[in-house]
Design a protein. Structure first.
Length: 210
């Protein structure tokens, strides 16, 4: 029981550190993950960090994994409650906007900050980030393709192209909402995707009017 209790405390400590690490990295990047900053933010001693991570790269890789899990829980899973087809495609976009609008992370988006930091830096962290982003875009593409198969989007739709457009509009929210458009960026991004889907959908009544 004592051993199990220690293991549970260790897991909780690790989760706390990674949650703080992802929040900090969304503002300052993955290179900003210093032991001193994280120790101060989590109340964990520096020696406690070495019980979980022997080097900074592994901490960065684990932060990417944690951020991907957070994204799945806060964006992908809520959208899955919507009916399959065009409504789920739009629900996925709305869940993303909710994630941003709720200020889940202080910097807005972990992956937006990390990709700008590592896009030209070969290595394990870049590779893991690239895989996470490919998985996300491929998931949108599959949802669009499913809507085509169900007849809720026309066969002429290129799922990869439409997925790219939806993802790009979501990503623009990160820049515009923080620099100049504020909450209007969320409205614009929602409306743009909604209007695009309604224009394509043979039964636009499946989607909200506005």
């Amino acid at each position: 029981m004592t051993q199990d209790g220690r293991r549970l405390r260790g897991l909780r400590s690790r989760e706390t550190i990674l949650r703080q690490a992802v929040g900090l990295a969304s503002v300052e990047g993955l290179d900003g993950l210093s032991l001193g900053r994280l120790a101060a933010a989590t109340g964990v001693s520096k020696s406690g960090f070495f019980a979980h991570w022997q080097d900074k790269e592994q901490l960065q890789l684990d932060a990417v994994e944690w951020a991907a899990r957070q994204w799945a829980e806060r964006v992908v899973e809520p959208a899955r409650r919507a009916p399959a087809g065009v409504r789920r495609v739009f629900a996925l976009h709305e869940a993303r906007l909710t994630f941003y609008g709720d200020a889940t992370l202080p910097g807005g988006c972990f992956f937006f900050a990390a990709q700008a930091e590592f896009d030209d830096r070969p290595g394990a962290v870049r590779d893991r980030l690239a895989r996470a982003m490919r998985d996300w875009q491929e998931y949108i593409r599959r949802m669009v393709a499913e809507a085509v198969t169900l007849g809720e989007l026309p066969e002429s739709v290129d799922p990869a192209q439409l997925a790219y457009e939806i993802d790009a509009l979501g990503e623009m929210v990160i820049i515009h909402s923080r620099l100049h458009d504020g909450p209007a960026a969320l409205l614009y991004a929602r409306r743009a995707v909604l209007q695009r889907l309604r224009a394509l959908c043979p039964d636009p009544a499946l989607l909200p009017e506005d």
